[in-house]
Design a protein around this ligand. Structure first.
Ligand SMILES: [Zn+2]
Length: 165
C-alpha cells in the first residue's frame, strides 16, 4: 500500500513547494499593499521549503523610503533565523528589486532571487546582476503578467485620481 501512496505525496510536495506557489503568496502580499494604498509589491522568504517572512511595501505607512517589501522581508527573515545571512534562502518578490534592495540582498548573501515583473526604470538589472552576491542565483519573469498588471492598475487609478483633483 505504501508504494502507492508515496508517489502522490511526492507529487503534492512538488506542487506545494513550487516557485509558482510561492510567487502567488508574494502576489497576495502585494494585494495587501494595494488595500493599504501602497505601491503593490510583495515579498516572501523561503528557507528549506518553509516560509520565514512575508512582507509588502510600506513606504507610505511608515513614511520611510527604505520600507520596500524586500527590506522588510529580509529583516523579518534574519530575525527569525538569528543570522544576518540568507545563504539558504530564496526571496520571491513581485517586482524586480531596486538598487537599494539588491545591495541589501548582496550583504545578506541571498542564495536565490525570483522576481516577477521587470522594472526598466528602477530595477537593479540595468546595472547588471553584479550588484547581487556572486553566489546568488536569479530567476526572472515568473508570473510577470499578474505582477505587472497589479502595478499598472495601481498607477492608472492614481493618475485618474490626480486628474479629478
Ligand atoms: Zn527596493
Amino acid at each position: 500500500m505504501i508504494f502507492f501512496v508515496f508517489p502522490y505525496i511526492y507529487r503534492m510536495n512538488f506542487t506545494i513547494f513550487s516557485d509558482e506557489h510561492f510567487m502567488k503568496l508574494a502576489l497576495q502580499q502585494a494585494h495587501l499593499a494595494l488595500e493599504q494604498d501602497e505601491i503593490p509589491v510583495g515579498a516572501i522568504v523561503v528557507c528549506q521549503n518553509q516560509i520565514i517572512a512575508r512582507a509588502f511595501n510600506r513606504t507610505e505607512a511608515l513614511q520611510d523610503v527604505t520600507a520596500h517589501a524586500e527590506i522588510l522581508a529580509l529583516t523579518t527573515a534574519t530575525e527569525y533565523l538569528g543570522s544576518k545571512y540568507l545563504t539558504d534562502c530564496t526571496l520571491y518578490v513581485t517586482l524586480e528589486p531596486c538598487v537599494m534592495c539588491a545591495g541589501a540582498l548582496k550583504w545578506a548573501q541571498l542564495d536565490r532571487l525570483v522576481f516577477g515583473a521587470s522594472d526598466e526604470k528602477e530595477g537593479f538589472m540595468r546595472y547588471g546582476k553584479e550588484l547581487l552576491h556572486p553566489q546568488t542565483k536569479i530567476e526572472m519573469g515568473l508570473l510577470e503578467e499578474p505582477c505587472s498588471q497589479l502595478l499598472k492598475d495601481f498607477f492608472k487609478s492614481k493618475r485618474a485620481l490626480s486628474k479629478l483633483k
